[in-house]
Design a protein around this ligand. Structure first.
Ligand SMILES: [Zn+2]
Length: 486
């Protein structure tokens, strides 16, 4: 890079000493909602030695990189140039190569692979201006820069259409003739598992974390979603065979680590998650767009239900009750009621008998952006079969701005549980349980009853659905009293 800068500087000096006859252009450029004064030596673009004249916007150099009007220049090369207004992207197709250039982004997509550009494409004076060198080399053309005439000549002759992609290396662009046109087409070095995204049929927009599938008669009713967040997956099934083959993308974005598309009579798209996400599915400009979004952008009420213990941690045992099993049954009861009701999105810290760390449970609630966290446990006490009743716990208020506190959740749950179960009221208490201590959202822990007490044990064994109903009713009531703030 140092060598290159020195070269650039010497070229600048050289240019100034010998080419005094060049014309300066002075014009106002409007971009980024502002007017900018542009005063620079004129530069030209040529195709195979024929200078392009009469362009509505001249080539301009911003931050040392040349931008040219997309359509006027690249259609001259025989490329197809499309402006996709809805998604603010330019599609340039030549031979078997598709280059997608989003506006105001440094990432472009060459046959589905993300490539970093040194400068952004921009809308300037209402014209779509794209980086000359990057797009030309991505399409497989060579560029020669003549510093005397200040012409960037795009050479299309003798370039076989099939030799595009991956032939560009950064170092080769530091030839003396290229000093002013230094949009280096940096080819990302890491392997991309993209196999068949080299068409407009399916592609991934890495900037917006969205997969686009050309809509060839896919109805939204053909699409089903499976939010398998406990396995770190979000799975889309399309009841149609897509006109593409199996492919994969590795956005490694905040939400999506990788995305695989498996094509059969049905098409399965699996998003492997970096964190729990939701999905926005829409029709955009002839494409079905699968955009990964934060859960709270999609759901206005979110509750996290935590079935106590699990896996290698059974919890308390006695009177034919295993704590981890009955808490899961109670949690499942709440979830199925919430799911069939549909007003509140419910996440479970564990969907089955598995180990999940205590802090991990609270972190999950925070990460999702939940409104309420409810942990379900069963009480026990040694050498005492008399102790009985329901108690709930809260610790920090964790008010998210709507007035709902952990205490209010604990109080609501207690009232509902003792009413539905007919158990003894042991009041709302406070304790530094890890799931309460590390939680950042309103959180309550419910000790439903004592499995060491025969009567409580019977009530609980027969009362799984009553517990589910009490917690469900409490959640709905709390959301009515304290609408979530988004
Ligand atoms: Zn417990």
């Amino acid at each position: 890079m140092k060598r290159f800068t020195a070269l650039l500087m010497s070229m600048l000096l050289f240019t100034h000493t010998v080419c005094c006859a060049n014309r300066y252009i002075n014009m106002t450029l409007t971009y980024d909602y502002q007017k900018h004064n542009y005063n620079a030596e004129e530069v030209f673009t040529a195709v195979d030695g024929v200078k392009l004249t009469g362009l509505a916007m001249p080539p301009i150099i911003l931050n040392d990189y040349t931008l040219v009007p997309a359509r006027e220049v690249f259609e001259k090369l025989g490329a197809k140039v499309e402006w996709k207004k809805d998604i603010e992207q330019v599609f340039v197709t030549y031979g078997n190569t598709l280059v997608i250039i989003p506006i105001n982004s440094e990432n472009a997509y060459v046959n589905g692979q993300v490539k970093k550009m040194d400068t952004k494409a921009m809308i300037i004076n209402n014209k779509t201006m794209i980086p000359l060198r990057f797009v030309s080399t991505a399409l497989g053309f060579k560029i020669e820069w003549d510093s005397n005439t200040r012409v960037a000549n795009i050479i299309t002759k003798d370039i076989a259409l099939t030799t595009v992609q991956t032939t560009v290396t950064t170092e080769q662009t530091t030839e003396t003739t290229t000093a002013m046109l230094t949009t280096k087409a940096e080819v990302t070095t890491e392997a991309q598992p993209v196999t068949s995204a080299n068409n407009e049929y399916i592609w991934y927009d890495y900037d917006n974390d969205a997969l686009y599938v050309k809509n060839t008669g896919i109805a939204l009713s053909d699409i089903s979603e499976q939010d398998d967040y406990n396995e770190g997956k979000y799975i889309i099934t399309i009841n149609k065979k897509l006109q593409t083959s199996n492919t994969a993308f590795t956005p490694d974005s905040d939400y999506v680590e990788s995305c695989t598309v498996s094509v059969g009579n049905k098409t399965t798209i699996t998003f492997n998650e970096n964190r729990i996400m939701a999905m926005d599915i829409s029709n955009v400009n002839g494409y079905i767009c699968f955009k990964s979004i934060p859960p709270k952008s999609k759901y206005d009420k979110i509750v996290i239900i935590d079935a106590g213990h699990g896996g290698s941690q059974p919890g308390a045992l006695g009177n034919d009750i295993i704590e981890k099993d009955i808490t899961l049954a109670m949690a499942n009861s709440v979830k199925s009621k919430l799911d069939s009701d549909g007003r509140v999105k419910c996440y479970m810290t564990r969907p089955d008998d598995r180990d999940v760390g205590l802090e991990e449970r609270a972190e999950m609630a925070h990460d999702i952006g939940g409104d309420m966290f409810i942990s379900i446990h069963i009480n026990s006490v040694e050498n005492n079969t008399e102790a009985n009743g329901t108690e709930t716990y809260s610790l920090y208020p964790n008010d998210l701005g709507n007035g709902l506190t952990s205490y209010a959740v604990a109080e609501e749950m207690l009232d509902r549980l003792i009413t539905n179960l007919g158990t003894n009221n042991r009041k709302v208490k406070s304790n530094t349980y890890v799931v309460l201590k590390t939680n950042k959202i309103p959180a309550a822990l419910c000790e439903i009853g004592f499995l060491t007490n025969e009567n409580d044990a019977e009530i609980m064994k027969n009362g799984v659905d009553k517990v589910g109903q009490a917690i469900f009713d409490g959640i709905i009531d709390l959301f009515n009293k304290y609408p979530s703030v988004r």
